[in-house]
Design a protein around this ligand. Sequence first.
Ligand code: GLA
Length: 431
Amino acid sequence: MSSWPTDSELIAIKEAVAKMSGRDTEEVRVVVAPYRICPLGAHIDHQGGAVSAMTINKGILLGFVPSGGTEVQLRSAQFDGEVCFRVDEIQHPIGLANKNGAPKETSIWGTYARGALYALQTSKKNIKQGVVGYISGSDGLDSSGLSSSAAVGVAYLLALENANELTVSPTENIELDRLIENGYLGLRNGILDQSAILLSSYGCLTYMDCKKLPSQKNSLKMQTMDHKLVQAPELEKPFRILLAFSGLKQALTTNPGYNLRVAECQEAAKVLLTAYGNSELEPTLCNVEHEVYEAHKHELETVLARRAEHYFSENMRVTKGLEAWASGNLEEFGKLISASGLSSIENYECGAEPLIQLYKILLKAPGVYGARFSGAGFRGCCVAFVDAEKAEEAASYVKNEYEKAQPEFAKKLSGGTPVLICEAGDSARVL
Ligand code: GLA
């Protein structure tokens, strides 16, 4: 069982909600929405590729009570102010460009609450009742590439659904969270993050085939996603998950790089599909057969060729990684993770310099099986699998080396958590 959340964390959240709402702590329900890591399958979810994921024992807690009316009233442990709106206010997409033009009180966390309402309204869910809620993220881990935004989005969805006595399947919630990110915010990301958060199970590697997605438009069609949970056999040595933070925290929604790469992948798919006489298919790399790619890749100009190479090689690493994991071969699993990291740097070209430095440092750290960027690579942290016995030693090695490589960014982390040793987590749920 996951070691998070602890009893004292739950008590603190319940007390905060009781104070806000005047209700008893026993009436307070809590959404647990863990952060995720993606050992293999970087940047291919939006192209319908196969990905792997796991949650960690850190994340978002959202304590709430049904408000008894249409009002939503929210406070946050990390952000100032109060977010208030009503569930009968119709929400409209705000898009990346005019995110700063969103209602004044709406900071990032308020934006996701409104986005959750938008998703539920768009999919015709009967939301009559709001919530009084208090949200808290594990210290210092927001905007870190651990998918805190998907965890926040999922948390608001689960709270609103629970308060309105709606039964919504994980698959449907994956789609609802996609509506928050793609539809409401305008980030053209895939479904890796929320799928990991909603489908993972403690001790397993979650495999997801993103090809079974409805098209990336605002379609409401739900499809069952092909996924499986892969248990590792009894391992010779236990492992830990190491998170090494860069100090770069710019939100993904404010970085044009992510959507630009998605567009480049689609451009590559278009060229390949046209070369093969299949231009009527949606320009997504999963619609291009591997053999077609091999036969026509020379027709791609350099940048598009790199993006396509990342997609096809990463899909293969996911397949091999699953086999390595299922047979308990952490050395091999780790090598594939590091190869994924290298491909993100060289082919997908999404790594910010401090993250590339962290990646290289992690590869030299004692006991590390493999490392890569945790999220998109534009900010946040790198993730590594490490031999549990050497985790402390590895953490202090990384901290010291990063201080030498990036003194300014390292300074921003001092007092916070430069390197964190984590364990696997469980899926999102309401307690
Ligand atoms: C972000 C996106 C995901 C995925 C990863 C990269 O976390 O939200 O959809 O593309 O980057 O693998």
